[in-house]
Every structure is written in C-alpha cells, then in structure tokens.
Design a protein around this ligand. Structure first.
Ligand code: ATP
Length: 577
C-alpha cells in the first residue's frame, strides 16, 4: 500500500478529533463566500440606489462578520489539528522505536547508525508534515474549491466554465511533475542519510582520525557526500523552478479569460458589473486551493519518500519470538547443552561460521572457550541469548530448546559482560538500575562492593549520581569494567556470558577485576571467552575452537598433554597474561 496512505491509517484511532477538524474546516471553507457575495450585492443593489445608501454599513459589517467567522473557525481548526496530528506523530514514533528495539541484531549488522537516526529523527518529522500541512491544506482547499465553484457556476455558468479551463492544465502539469519526483526526493533523502552516517562514524571515531592525522582526507570525503546532497537537492529544486511558475501562469490565464468573457457579458448587458467584481474576488478563492494543492503535491512527494523509508523499518521482520513461548521456571538447573550446532551469518557470505558444535555446561560449571581470532567464540556466546537465530542443531537451556523459549524469559536469566564495558550517558545509578529497576541504594552499594568498585565511587564528589559521559568516557577502562560487573551482579542471573577484556590494565586493577569476576562467577553456569590463563585454568572444561569447529576439549592439564592447538596457543601466548 502507498506509504502515505498508511500514515492515514493512524488517523482512524482518533475519530472525535478527526470529525471536529472536518466540521471546523468545512464551515470555514464555506464562510469565505460571504464577503465576495456581499460585495457583488453592494455594487449592484446598494450603490446605484440612493435611498439604500444608509444600508451600506450594515452590509459591510455582514461581510466583516463573514471574515470573523472564518478566522474564528480557523482558530478552532488549528487547535484541534495540532492535538490530532501530535497524537498521531507520537503513535508513529512510538511504533517505530518499539519496532527498532525488536529488530534482530542481523538487521543492525547491515545498517548504518547514522541512517537509522536520520529515519527516526528527520524522516518521521518530514512524514509528519504531510499530516500537519497536508490534512489542513488538502481538506480546506477541497471544500473551498467546491463551495466557491458552486457559487460561481450558480452566478454565471458560462464565465465559470472559462474560469475552470486552466484546471485540467494544472492537473496535467502536476501529473508530469510527480511522475519521477518520487525518485528525485528519494535520492535526496538517501544522500542526506549517507552524509549523516559518515558524520556519525567520524564523530565516534574522532580519536582515530586525529591520531592518524586524517582530518584532510575525511574532510574531502565529507565534502564528496555533501556535494551529492547538494546535487540531489538542486535536481529537486530545478524541477520545482520550472513547475511552479508555469503552473502559476496557467492560473493567471484564468484571470485573463474571465476578464475577457465576463467583460463581454457586461458589455452585452448579460451580467451586472457587481457580479463581475464578485467573480474576480471569487477567482482568487477558486485558484487558491489549486495553488495549495500544488504545494501539497510537493509536500506529498517529499513526505512519501520519507514515509517509504520509515515504513521500510516498520515492515522489517522482527526478532524471532515464538507465540506462547515457554518460560524458564523460577529456579531451574542452569544446564546448557549444544548439539550439532551449525550456524551461518548469511546475507553476503553463506559459509557456516560454526560447524556441528557440541558442548555441555552442567549447572554451576564454568566453560572456557579459547581459540584463534575468528574461530567463532563470540558467535557461540551470541547465540545463547538468541541474539541470532540458528537453523541447524539444538541448544537447550535447563532442558528446554532455546527456540521454544520466550525471548524475555531467556534473557532475564542470562547476564552478559562484554569485553568493552558499555555504559549509557547518565549517572552511575541509572546505569546500574538497568539491571534491576527496583534496587535500593543499599543493593547498589552491595553490588559495587562485591565488584570492587565501592571505593572509587565513594571517592567521587557526587557518588552514585556522577554522570559517566557518553559510553562512559569519564571513567577509566578498569572502572567501567567493574561497573559492568556490578551491573551483572545486581541482575543475579543463573547463567553468565563473559567476554574477558584483553586490554591490559595495571596489576592492582587487574587484581580488583579478577576478584570481582570471581565473585560474579560463583554459583553460576558460565561461558567465558577466556584470555587470562588463570580463568582458563579454573574452568571446569575448556573447548578449543578453530574455524568454527570444536577441535579439542578437556581441562588445562589434559589439553596440554594432547600437545595440539591448545599447547600451540599457550606457547604463542595467545592466551594472554
Ligand atoms: P575474536 O577472538 O577475534 O573475537 P571470535 O572467535 O570471537 O574472534 P567471532 O567473532 O565469533 O570470532 O567470528 C567468527 C566469524 O564470523 C568471523 O569470520 C567473523 O568475520 C564472522 N562474523 C562475526 N560476526 C559477524 C556478523 N555479525 N556478521 C557476519 N559475520 C560475522
């Protein structure tokens, strides 16, 4: 279905506001006929008759009353319209945000953040313009055109017919203009989006740009994309520059025709001069809606391009979540069993990333995943919270197949501590409460204490209310890690996924982090992408991965005895620290 009409489907939710707006707009459009009718009447019936001159003021006041009514209704219409459209916009935005949160990671992998942001911020606003200006303009124009047209045809159908002559030309012009406009507008939006994506990337990577002294190159790159926006915008404007004046000329043709045909009718005494004056006053009211509709056409086309981009997101397939998915019981044996798991990221490359992987973690056990870079360790860890769906093989958590589980129930039971601790721009408290909304300050301090983060936070002047900055830039790497461990402790999940940080920190911090991790891992089933020898040695089972396959498994000593890949990795110190 046409995207713009889909926007209109949102309007159905507010029948009362829609009717109120329709009512005000209809009456308003009708009220415009009062003044020209009074003017015609005054010229023909009052001015030529001396005995009626004292009625002049009365008729002028009546004409003025018509204007007052029109503007009063306009006020009502704008008020209702504002509420109406803001409600609808709120709904579209909210749906869009909900949708984005429910899209699978696979979807994000192939999208650029800047592009998504442009769609949410700019395209929704642009789409909303078809509502703001479109409904107002379209409705009022249409009713006004009908009302004024009816009075004109009633007054003198022949002159009215000549006045209508430019309308088919205007419609033809609009059709020609609109034919390819969608592509022009789409190109403009896509170019803007590319520019925003680059900007987003470059701001996020500003440290790299500075350290590689790549400012000049990046500026040139930016200008290149900026030039594409310029060219695409100029193309839209070029068409508009031809379309707008030529349509305006067609409209003026109507004035000339009415002057000629109406003038003839007056000369031949077939029409009174007041009627001709009234016609001219009506003519602007008759063509106004057409000018408006022309602008509406431009608006509609650019909104349609924006709406297409918004609905592209709204139509994307959501993350898999089975209907009536099973929920994990309150307390369950957190046993994880992976059988014959083969997994492909797909899209550009359909070679499997994991081949027939088999591994089991008994409740409370720690399973370490080691292997060279790109072996598939993170992939296994990402499949457990079902960040990606798998097709072949099986993963069971607490005896239940992962695919049959309700997404939230599964994720509520899993903690995930990533290599690069991610903190949101907000206070320490807000970052911690993400894990447990109802946690008291006491709970927070206990978690921080266990994560060896209490002391440094107590030393901060604002304590828990300290703002950590974007991505937590105001904290050190070690501090961020301990905060993210505290967050996982607060969640207190039976299953923990841990991607050990490789970045080296000083000995004391290392010790604190290790202590925090040990506390975190206690009494949980843990999958750890291990880099530290100590973690690996303490694991109940080690699985060595190579090119997506489990090639060796056992304890540290057993694996060393095999003298295989594990031994080689140890020797090359790939198992750092
Ligand atoms: P490292 O130790 O370097 O983090 P890893 O063992 O964790 O490596 P994975 O991140 O699981 O390896 O990657 C395994 C393979 O899958 C790699 O070849 C990688 O290019 C590919 N891959 C990883 N993530 C994606 C993704 N989102 N989309 C497509 N391919 C991916």
């Amino acid at each position: 279905m046409n995207s713009v009409f889909r926007v209109f489907s949102y309007l159905k939710r507010y029948p009362l506001l829609a009717s109120a707006q329709l009512f005000c707009a209809s009456l308003m459009a009708l009220s415009v006929i009062v003044f020209p009718s009074v003017t015609g009447f005054v010229i023909d019936e009052i001015l030529p008759v001396a005995s009626r001159h004292d009625e002049l003021l009365k008729w002028v006041l009546l004409g003025l009353g018509g204007f007052f009514l029109k503007d009063f209704l306009n006020w009502g219409r704008i008020m209702v319209n504002n509420h109406f459209e803001q409600n609808v916009i709120f709904d579209v935005r909210s749906d869009l945000y909900r949708k984005i949160q429910n899209l699978p990671l696979r979807w994000f992998d192939s999208r650029r953040t800047g592009d998504i942001m442009t769609r949410v911020a700019e395209d929704v606003t642009s789409m909303e313009r078809v509502l703001i200006d479109g409904i107002e303009l379209g409705l009022v124009s249409f009713i006004q055109l009908l009302a004024v047209g009816a009075v004109m045809y009633y007054t003198n159908w022949e002159v009215a017919l000549w006045a209508t002559l430019p309308i088919p030309l205007l419609i033809l012009g609009a059709w020609i203009y609109s034919k390819d406009a969608r592509h022009r507008h789409r190109a403009q939006r896509d170019a803007t989006s590319d520019l925003n994506s680059l900007l987003h990337d470059n701001i996020a990577g500003i440290r790299q740009i500075k350290s590689y002294a790549a400012e000049k190159d990046e500026h040139a790159h930016f200008n290149l994309l900026s030039e594409r926006v310029r060219a695409a915008s100029l193309r839209v404007m070029k068409w508009w520059a031809v379309y707008n004046p030529s349509m305006s000329f067609c409209q003026m043709l109507g004035y000339a025709l009415v002057l000629y045909v109406g003038g003839q009718a007056v000369i031949n005494e077939e029409m009174e001069i007041g009627k001709l004056a009234m016609f001219f006053l009506f003519l602007s009211l008759f063509y106004d809606p057409i000018t408006n509709l022309r602008q509406l056409n431009q608006l509609y086309l650019s909104s349609r391009a924006a709406a297409d981009r918004v609905f592209e997101i709204l139509d994307s397939k959501e993350e898999y979540n089975p209907a009536n998915g099973k929920r994990l019981p309150e307390a369950f044996p957190a046993r994880i069993e992976i059988r014959d798991l083969t997994f492909t990221y797909g899209e550009d490359d359909d070679r499997p990333t994991l081949h027939e992987v088999n591994l089991t973690a008994e409740p409370g056990q720690t399973v370490a995943l080691v292997g060279p870079t790109g072996a598939g360790k993170s992939t296994i860890v990402n499949l457990l919270p079902r960040f990606y769906s798998y097709d072949e093989g099986s993963i069971k958590v607490g005896g239940l197949e992962l695919k049959d589980l309700d997404k939230s129930s599964l994720r509520e039971n899993i903690g995930y501590v990533t290599q690069e601790a991610f903190l949101f721009n907000g206070t320490i408290r807000q970052n911690l409460l993400l894990a447990k909304r109802q946690a008291s300050d006491e709970d927070l301090w206990t978690a921080l204490n266990h994560a060896c983060a209490e002391d440094f936070i107590r030393d901060l002047p604002k304590g828990l209310d300290t703002n950590v900055g974007e991505r937590g830039v105001k904290l050190s790497g070690g501090e961020k890690q301990r905060l993210s461990i505290a967050r996982a402790l607060l969640k207190d999940p039976p299953i923990l996924l841990l991607d050990e940080a490789t970045a080296s920190v000083d000995n004391e911090t290392e010790h604190l982090i290790q202590q925090a991790l040990d506390t975190l891992m206690e009494n949980r089933t843990v999958f750890v992408i291990a880099h530290r020898l100590s973690t690996i040695k303490n694991a109940n089972r080690i699985h060595v991965l190579d090119q997506g396959r489990v090639v060796e498994e056992g304890t540290h000593d057993e694996l060393l005895a095999k003298n295989g890949l594990y031994t080689e990795l140890s020797r090359k110190a790939l198992l750092a620290h």
